[in-house]
Design a protein around this ligand. Structure first.
Ligand SMILES: *[C@@H]1O[C@H](CO)[C@@H](O)[C@H](O)[C@H]1NC(C)=O
Ligand SMILES: *[C@@H]1O[C@H](CO)[C@@H](O)[C@H](O)[C@H]1NC(C)=O
Ligand SMILES: *[C@@H]1O[C@H](CO)[C@@H](O)[C@H](O)[C@H]1NC(C)=O
Length: 360
């Protein structure tokens, strides 16, 4: 019997045992119970595992060279040569990888292994996703409501509720709201200055957390923005190339991250029983980018794909000349997205942060 289903068949036992515990522990059963029974994922390409595959959008990567270092060298729709950060986190928890919600395999018993609603190029702001014809966060939330009903139909209402309140909700988004929307969009810049735009995005992020809470989520983790100015595409667009990161974009990301962290601390008190985690991806990525050799990389300023400067999604193709032989030498696989090797380093740090804040 699968572990996921086994959890549902022992709800009485678990209800008693987890009463005093914030997260499930190995002592909850003679079987090794994972600390968190499932991951439920929202956001953008940093965690998308294929939801864009059948959309009419240029922002997809279910083609080589994406996935060339994945299981069976298979492109799945992940924006990386291999796994994304949440894949590593699921492995560390010892739970199955949640499937992309729009993947036709995501039905019946597979729903209890968690689920992934993330869509490359989306943001906290629905307008960001709409520019690229991908799945806005509000639609990801609608899908979550659908998922709750489907899950209850498979495992029963009580078991579904139990799973959904013990699961960890991971949200990784926001970069596109800045580098693929605000800073390319003069109308938006006229409408909001930097402070106002930050307020706007933070408000959307906190509303999203409140909505999840209303729907039964209790353990919610939000990733910080990465050092946006160090993305190869941004170095290229702002003319700094290999020489350095774009300072103003890093400052924007840092200021956003401080606000996000403060906002989550303030929100906790208004959401009884919640555990809200702020996961700092900025510091680790910044350190890796500044000292690539210390972490086993040869290059942190260019992506592996093509020339490494602009290639991403449908303009990162296997016929592109220049694509690197060994992506594990690179921090970035394309001009926006980290490699499998980088995500692995990041996951080590984020996993610890998540457990200490969600289970502490
Ligand atoms: C896309 O369509 C194919 C073929 O119908 C299907 O197998 C797949 O599950 C669909 N969705 C995703 C996200 O790949
Ligand atoms: C679906 O769930 C079954 C039973 O738990 C498992 O064996 C299978 O690998 C899952 N499929 C996918 C695509 O994750
Ligand atoms: C943005 O606009 C607000 C309201 O008009 C103003 O108070 C603030 O100083 C402006 N901030 C910046 C950075 O221009």
């Amino acid at each position: 019997m699968e572990r996921g289903l086994k959890i549902f068949l022992e709800p009485m036992l678990l209800n008693v045992l987890v009463f005093h515990l914030t997260c499930l522990t190995a002592t909850a059963s003679t079987k090794n119970q994972p600390l968190l029974p499932a991951l439920i994922i929202f956001g953008d390409s940093t965690v998308d595992t294929g939801n864009n595959n059948n959309l009419t959008t240029l922002v997809k990567c279910n083609h080589l060279p994406y996935g060339r270092d994945f299981l069976n060298q298979k492109p799945t729709g992940r924006f990386s040569n291999g796994r994304v950060v949440t894949d590593f986190i699921a492995d560390k928890l010892g739970i199955p990888n949640p499937l992309a919600y729009l993947n036709s395999d995501a039905k019946e018993e597979n729903l209890s292994q968690g689920i992934n609603f993330a869509s490359g190029a989306s943001g906290y702001y629905d307008g960001t996703a709409e520019n690229f014809n991908v799945i806005p966060l509000s639609t990801q939330l609608q899908y979550f409501k659908e998922y709750q009903k489907k899950l209850a139909a498979v495992v029963g209402a009580d078991n579904a509720k139990h799973l959904l309140s013990n699961a960890a909700y991971v949200i990784s988004t926001g970069s596109n709201d800045y580098v693929n929307n605000y800073y390319l969009n003069l109308r938006l810049q006229a409408e909001y200055n930097g402070t106002q735009y930050q307020n706007f995005i933070i408000e959307l992020a906190s509303n999203f957390v409140r909505e999840l809470y209303k729907l039964g989520a209790r353990k919610i983790a939000l990733l910080s923005l990465p050092p946006l100015g160090c993305l190869p595409s941004q170095r290229f667009m702002h003319g700094l190339g290999k020489t350095g990161c774009v300072e103003f974009l890093n400052t924007v990301a840092q200021q956003f991250n401080e606000r996000l962290q403060d906002t989550l601390i303030m929100m906790k008190t208004s959401l009884p029983g919640s555990k809200l985690a702020y996961l700092d991806s900025y510091t680790t990525l910044y350190n890796v980018i500044q000292n690539p050799s210390k972490y086993g990389f040869k290059d942190s300023s260019l992506g592996c794909c093509g020339t490494g400067r602009l290639a991403v999604a449908d303009i990162c193709l296997s016929i592109d000349p220049g694509t690197c032989q060994d992506a594990s030498n690179y921090v970035f696989f394309d001009s926006f997205h980290p490699t499998d090797a980088t995500y692995s380093i990041l996951a080590d740090v984020l996993y610890k942060q998540a457990i200490s804040q969600l289970c502490g």
